[in-house]
Each structure stands twice: as structure tokens, then as C-alpha cells.
Write a protein that binds this ligand. Sequence first.
Ligand code: G
Ligand code: G
Ligand code: MN
Ligand code: NA
Length: 248
Amino acid sequence: LYLETSLSKAVEEGQLFLHYQPQIDIIQNKIVGVEALIRWQHPELGLVAPFDFIPIAEETGLIIPIGEWVLRTACRQNKEWQKAGYPPLTIAVNISIRQFMSHNFLTKLKSILLETQLDPQYLELEITESIASDVTYTKKLLRDLQKIGVKVSIDDFGTGYSSLGYLSRLPINKLKVDRMFLSELNDKNKAVTKAVIALAKSLDLEVLAEGVETDAQADFLKEQGCELVQGFRYYKPMKSEEIEALFK
Ligand code: G
Ligand code: G
Ligand code: MN
Ligand code: NA
């Protein structure tokens, strides 16, 4: 309850901030995007991890204003980097199912894009397989997003319980292979990762492997034709100033 009460003030009191984790194209050997990851600097508890407060935000509905703050901050930051002359990056923002399903999500998103003047092609929404629970609604929303030019990726791919049927029916751009499949590079995990990469390619989707920590994992992914990666092997999530330092 204490966390819940203080979380409700976190946005207005400026206690939330974003870290950014680079996403790399290992063929071109360059940073092509960053994932925005929320952080909460609590006045008494210090840094609270998203795993400890995102679930509370989802239960209480606070995810709506928090999610809106994340989207606005991420779009504004990306626009600032572009204005400063850094190479164009796609900014990926995690969207909770509740936020995605909220009635005015699209309206809010459009107004944030208008306000920040970020070209929609540089924004990617990370949603999970749970969006497949309401295919009719999701299909319409994804089509609208496609019309605006915002990209959509499926985060934590392979860990949900949904069927694969939605993949051919819903307009999405990318699969993010969950880091669980790389955590131990055994034959079975390799087989699953290989199959997901092949699946993405045959559906004409991009594929990004998460949680890449070692050279062995990177080599395996390169061998399988997975060009996009993200993980501690490359960069940890970092502050905006650290991202800027990378480009200087
Ligand atoms: O870096 P990491 O500990 O930040 O993230 C932990 C989890 O929190 C991940 O599952 C990630 O998707 C989620 N997360 C991070 N930032 C956000 C955010 O802005 N919104 C939502 N809904 N989830 C987030
Ligand atoms: O669920 P989502 O993919 O949005 O979560 C991103 C989370 O993964 C963040 O908590 C981030 O800090 C974490 N992360 C990013 N790279 C790595 C990695 O190489 N190894 C591990 N264990 N976690 C990672
Ligand atoms: Mn994510
Ligand atoms: Na993930």
C-alpha cells in the first residue's frame, strides 16, 4: 500500500526516469535503436526496480499515466537526439497490455507524436503475446498504428501461452526472442531459437535476440542470420548522457 500511494505521486514529483539500452545490428556493426526502460527513484527506498512496481501500476491503473509519461519522455528524447545530429535511432517503448487496451491509447499516442514532432517511423511499441487475447480489437489498433507509421514488436516472444495463429493475422514488424532461450546455449534452446529466427524470416518479420551476454551467443545468432541483438555483451541500459557519450 505504501508503494501504491507513493507511486501515485511519482510522475508529478519527477521521480521517474528512463534508461536506454542500445540495440545493435551485428552485420553493419552499429547501434540502430534503443529500448527505453523505466526507473523509479523513490525518496526513501532508493531505486525501485520495474519488476517491483510495474505490476502495482498495472493493478491500480496507474500504468495509464505512467505509460503516457514514458511515451512522451521517450519520443521527446529521441527527437532531441535527432536535432543534435546523432544518427537516427528507433526508440522502443514497452507498452503494458492494459495501456494498449485502454480506449484512448491511439488518441494519446497521436497527440504525443504531434507534440514532440517525432517522425513515427522512429518509434516502436513493444507489446507481448497477450495482445492476441482480443484479436478483433488488436487487429484494428495495429492497422491504425501501421497507418501512422509506428512500428510494433512482440516482446518476450515464446514465453506466453498464446497460439501462433495471430502471427499471420496481425500486422506486426518484429519478434524479440526472449532471453530465456539464450540463457543456456544447449541443443534444445538452440533449436528453439533457430526455429524462431526462421519463423520470423518466413513471415517477413524482423527478429531481435535479447539477453546476449557472451561471444558464443553472438556467434550462434550470426550463424543463424539474426542481425539484431540487445544485451550486456554490448551495452547495459544507461542514462541518456551515456548514450550521448557513445555518439561523441
Ligand atoms: O531493465 P529491466 O529491469 O528494466 O526491466 C524489467 C521489466 O520491466 C521488463 O519486463 C520490461 O519490459 C519492464 N519495463 C521496463 N520499462 C517499462 C515501461 O516503461 N513500461 C512497461 N509497461 N514495462 C516496462
Ligand atoms: O521484458 P523486457 O525485454 O522488456 O526486459 C528487458 C529487461 O532485460 C531489462 O530488465 C533489462 O535490464 C534486461 N536485460 C537486458 N539485457 C540483458 C542481458 O544481457 N542479460 C540479462 N540477464 N538481462 C538483460
Ligand atoms: Mn522490452
Ligand atoms: Na523481453
